[in-house]
Design a protein around this ligand. Structure first.
Ligand SMILES: Nc1ncnc2c1ncn2[C@@H]1O[C@H](COP(=O)(O)OP(=O)(O)OP(=O)(O)O)[C@@H](O)[C@H]1O
Length: 273
């Protein structure tokens, strides 16, 4: 195990950002954290990076110099070029000379920024800047890589670069935890954690999450209970915690998006009742 939060609660004033959350990041694995706005993703990552102290529970993570953290903000210095940003953080982590240069050049190439290597970070697109920030978090091959929405704003082709970097870091033994709003991306992770309102709704491998899902999802242009339905393409999907009633709409094999929405709907209906 590389890092873990166990029964962690974090409060900001009266707001509970994390409520009894337990998540483990194994060495060599990628853990994806998904959840809506305000679900607690950033707080979970900041707790692991030891930027927020828990009000209850325990956080186990490596020393600061064995972690790499891409925060929710820009994650790089606007006035420095791509190469200078990487040199600066690499140097801060003790890399120097040829080792630093070759690791920097490798990462510049991996994240598709070779043509932009001498451009200031302020002149990069939002997506390029996220990739640079992710590269900066990995330059020293840390035991734990923490990435807060590295792929937000990154185009679909560049997301492949980013995913390759993340997979390589895990293949070399780092534990990686990243938040993402893209559920297809989360499906690729070894382990996924779905947060809502500071609590873990479900977690496990994609197969575990799928096999633990109960109920039925149907599809039709006209759902029977609109409040239990959501748009998917031209139709709507509808969740039935037990068997469907009053419809012979075809069933669908739910993907992660269906599962996350269905489980959140069930939770919010339960809270409302
Ligand atoms: N520094 C803070 N001070 C006060 N409240 C905070 C602070 N940080 C987070 N919160 C609150 O804690 C809750 C969880 O926030 P967090 O940023 O962890 O969620 P998130 O899942 O990352 O959301 P988003 O995707 O919108 O960033 C929210 O209600 C948020 O308003």
């Amino acid at each position: 195990m590389t890092a873990e939060v166990r029964d962690v609660t974090v409060r900001f004033g009266r707001r509970v950002a994390l409520d009894g959350v337990t998540v483990t990041v194994p060495a060599g694995a990628v853990v994806a954290v998904v959840g809506g706005d305000g679900a607690g993703k950033t707080t979970l990552l900041r707790a692991l990076a030891r930027e927020v102290a828990p009000d209850a529970g325990t956080v186990t993570s490596p020393d600061k110099n064995r972690m790499g953290f891409l925060p929710a903000g820009p994650g790089s210095w606007a006035a420095l070029t791509v190469r200078q940003n990487l040199d600066f953080v690499g140097g801060a982590y003790g890399l120097k000379g040829d080792e630093l240069r070759s690791r920097r050049d490798e990462l510049v190439e991996r994240c598709g920024l070779t043509a932009a290597a001498d451009r200031q970070a302020s002149a990069l697109s939002g997506g390029m800047r996220r990739k640079l920030g992710a590269a900066m978090a990995m330059i020293h091959r840390p035991a734990l890589v923490i990435l807060d929405e590295p792929s937000t704003g990154v185009d679909p082709v560049s997301r492949i670069d980013l995913w390759r970097m993340v997979s390589e870091a895990a293949a070399q033994g780092s534990g990686v935890i990243m938040s993402t709003t893209y559920l297809d991306e989360a499906e690729r992770a070894a382990h996924l954690v779905v947060l809502e309102a500071g609590q873990v709704l479900v977690q496990g491998s994609y197969d575990e999450v799928r096999s633990g899902f109960t109920g039925t999802v149907t599809r039709s242009p006209d759902p029977v209970r609109r409040e239990w339905s959501w748009r998917r393409g031209r139709e709507r999907h509808e969740y039935w915690p037990t068997a469907p009633e009053g419809t012979d709409a075809p069933r669908v094999d739910p993907d992660l998006e269906d599962i996350v929405i269905a489980v959140s709907l069930a939770r919010s209906m339960q809270d409302a009742s």
